[in-house]
Design a protein around this ligand. Sequence first.
Ligand SMILES: [Zn+2]
Length: 416
Amino acid sequence: MMLAACRPPSPSATSATSQRTYELRDARWLGADGFQPGTRYAVAGRLTRQRPAHVDSVIDLAGRWIVPPFGEAHNHNVDYTTPRRTDSLLARYLHDGVFYVQNPGSLPRGRDSLAGRVNVPGAIDVTFANGLLTATGGHPMGLYNRNLARGGMTVADGDGAFFWLIDSLPDLERKWPRILPQHPDFIKIVLVHSEDYARRRNDSTFFNWRGMDPALVPAVVQRAHAAGLRVGAHVDTRGDFHNALVGGVDEILHIPGFRGDERTQLTDTAPYEITEADAKLAAARGVVVVTTEGGALGFDPRGTDSTRRRQFDALATRNLRVLRAAGVRLALGSDTYRDDSVLEAEYLATLGVFTPLDLLRLWSEATPRAIYPQRRVGCLDDGCEASFLALSADPTTDFANTKRIALRMKDGRLLP
Ligand SMILES: [Zn+2]
């Protein structure tokens, strides 16, 4: 569901005036009809087939395969740690060609400290949800408590910062006016086994394994949409997937079963199997579903975890097939601190659900568009942002060729 544009244009998109004009000679450009040979131009930060009156320099692309830069639709690692670690993380994103990142849950002070390092020319573009809306004792309070104990977060980083505890409509009414002034790029809500909400809400056994009352979802969505903000939901089960959908969210930030149960087990997969009816509803509403399936890579297919790995692989394959058959919009995301969506893409490539071309389009076209629905990203047509990767071998014959990046351009600027 697309909303009216409310977001200000990104700084990198508006500072195009100081850019050089490039002739991008003799490449193969990804588009609706696959890779098409030709020459294009980068003029004032946009791509065009029209030769401009003046060209500053010519780049001979020598038949390379040009794709839009990749996206990462679920990662919390774009956050401030130390200057050195932050710089190396951001450099890795650029190196891997992942230029668009969605952070669905972060500390506002972490975001503030990234000012000047992201969303500026030559850097990656990132959207932030800020604190997530969850219930008392809900996910991610376990993570918060661990950070508190270790000294990584303070009491002030809790309710009203890293998360918002919303247990009732009055809570939402009282706290909502404090959420907007923190300027979230979108709103993230947490649903965890919400089909079992009534039983879990006051049972300490389920601390950190519960989330918001699903009955509150429409009230959040209505307020967010009125403010021009999309809503994304954390989900664990097919019940959560259903409740998020009927509650009217725009994005579902996991595929059910991605992390198994409280002990990362998947003994019974039924609670995680998306129904065909829900997949059809998601497709009809244009809801984007973010994969985050690569956690299965932690289970060695030839080691002691091989059974569990097969269970995760089988469920991911099944759910992806159901979503795909229904025509649901997918986006690629890892939700893994050690990843920048490269491992996620690699994992998905092993499942055999997607051809290399499908997966390439998912990663370089659909994911950037899901993160920035108002921008001309994820495309190489006339008027699209002049951002691309030049691959030195064909990614449709071997998906691993997505790693062979010979040249990177972002917003009309060559990256070092
Ligand atoms: Zn997450």
